[in-house]
Ligand binder design. Sequence first.
Ligand SMILES: NC(=O)c1ccc[n+]([C@@H]2O[C@H](COP(=O)([O-])OP(=O)(O)OC[C@H]3O[C@@H](n4cnc5c(N)ncnc54)[C@H](OP(=O)(O)O)[C@@H]3O)[C@@H](O)[C@H]2O)c1
Length: 226
Amino acid sequence: MIIISGASKGIGKYLLDKFNNEGQKVIGLFNSTLPKTNTELFQHVNILEEDQIIKFVKDNLIQLKDIILINCAGTNYNSMSHKFDYNEWKKVFDVNTHGTFLLIKHLLPIMRDQKYGRIINFASVVPQIGTMGTAAYAGSKSALWGITKVIAKENASKGITINSLNLGYFNIGMISEVPENVLNSIIEMIPKKELGDPINILNAINFLINSDYITGTAIDINGGLF
Ligand SMILES: NC(=O)c1ccc[n+]([C@@H]2O[C@H](COP(=O)([O-])OP(=O)(O)OC[C@H]3O[C@@H](n4cnc5c(N)ncnc54)[C@H](OP(=O)(O)O)[C@@H]3O)[C@@H](O)[C@H]2O)c1
């Protein structure tokens, strides 16, 4: 069973539709937005609410076999560090780091019992290149590298792999909030001179699903940015 958090829109929705079209068993998690298509595939889970995650696991226990967890839910808030609103700072870490960890935590016991699991975390090129204004986003995403490494070691002997994708800038999802002039300068900065197509993300995920000896690491998908 493939579980995708942040499946209501953007990259998560793209992945859900692709896996569903391939005939794979998939559950998409949404928080605030239930998409208009494939509604039967979605369940509501706010990943900040541990009770909701526990209920999700309990309600779906029978169908949770051979779990592939794709942690796509994420959020962003930009500000220069000396002006950063602390509540916004905490929200970014809550979703990107704490919520991601909670989902992993509550699915790991099933994976360990079944001696199989694949976990794919969504990190970013931003902490690698140090984009100004992104201290919270960069901090929350780079935290996933450490979490990934530790969980990999804790579970390597249990048939579970966990890896991160360090994404550059894609032509889908949160990039739509970037003003046009900023977007143009981002594209200019990318050696490939274009935003990424999410098929590259799907290809990397399939590669990680099919690999039992790659764990605790990350794949850079960024058009040559880093
Ligand atoms: N797009 C890019 O170029 C890019 C680049 C680097 C990294 N990434 C990473 O890739 C992932 C997907 O990005 P995207 O561009 O597709 O983002 P997006 O379109 O903004 O979608 C974000 C998703 O996260 C979900 N989410 C947010 N808070 C949540 C919560 N508390 N509980 C459950 N779900 C929550 C949203 O669900 P609701 O709408 O239902 O609230 C939504 O489905 C993110 O982790 C992002 O950081 C994206």
